[in-house]
Design a protein around this ligand. Structure first.
Ligand code: SF4
Length: 243
């Protein structure tokens, strides 16, 4: 039976949220409050559009031939808050032999999302900040749950891309990056580590919603910033970056 869920939007030819060309569903609702969020309009749980899992699958299958090396990605907001909805989409996708990818902030209880993971081929896990008080300041929560999820995914051998938004003066400190690389090195299932350079393309959404964007004084990250962060990882013995 179809399961209803709330979505913000759909991208039929996504190329940045997992391997290959992907059907990306941006779910409505988020449980974090990242100061750098570029999808500010996805936060509210009861907004967006109500759709059924069957509608999503039906629409996705129209483009199936494009997803040979890609698949479907559930992103957000935080898609995993809608467990039954995402589970049903992934379960149906697997029946059609479509690769499934969950893009998550990790601020979730593992037990609660196990029904989704049962049908998940790849997880894109955001590690926001490794220093608890900085993480709380930046996102509203510590990143401990994301680390627990990362350990669980390692235990059950689900491949993971770890993603980290590199924000000048906020997440690019040597202490944060060293903690992060040391943590990532203990995992065996991380296929790649992606630095996402901080950008300000989402600021207009905050303005349209009359919300104050607190990071106005922070500049976007440059390729040089990313290279510097990568160099620190490499120095610490880790180099699984996207090619
Ligand atoms: S987890 Fe993602 S959608 Fe949620 S507030 Fe943070 S950046 Fe925005």
């Amino acid at each position: 039976m179809a399961v209803m869920g709330r979505i913000h939007s759909v991208e039929t030819f996504g190329t940045v949220d997992g391997p290959g060309i992907r059907y990306v569903v941006f779910a409505q609702g988020c449980n974090l409050k990242c100061k750098f969020c570029h999808n500010r309009d996805t936060w509210e749980m009861n907004a967006g559009k109500l759709v059924s899992s069957d509608e999503i699958i039906e629409d996705m299958l129209k483009y199936k031939s494009f997803y040979k090396d890609g698949g479907i990605t559930m992103s957000g907001g935080e898609a995993a808050l809608q467990v039954d909805f995402v589970r049903d989409i992934f379960k149906q996708a697997k029946k059609h032999e479509v690769h499934t990818c969950l893009d998550t902030n990790g601020y979730l209880d593992v037990e609660r999302i196990k029904p989704i993971l049962e049908y998940t081929d790849l997880v894109l896990l955001d590690l926001k900040h490794m220093i608890p008080e900085n993480s709380i300041w930046l996102t509203g929560a510590p990143s401990e749950k994301a680390q627990i999820l990362a350990r669980y995914l390692d235990d059950v051998n689900i491949p993971v891309y770890i993603r980290h938004v590199l924000i000048p003066d906020i997440t690019d400190s040597e202490e944060n990056l060293t903690r992060m690389v040391n943590f990532v090195k203990t995992l065996h299932n991380v296929v790649r580590f992606e630095f996402l350079p901080y950008h300000i393309m989402g600021v207009s959404k905050w303005e349209q919603m009359n919300k104050e964007y607190e990071l106005k004084y922070i500049r976007p990250a440059t390729q040089e910033d990313v290279d510097k962060a990568k160099a620190l990882f490499i120095k610490n013995g880790y180099d699984h970056f996207e090619k």
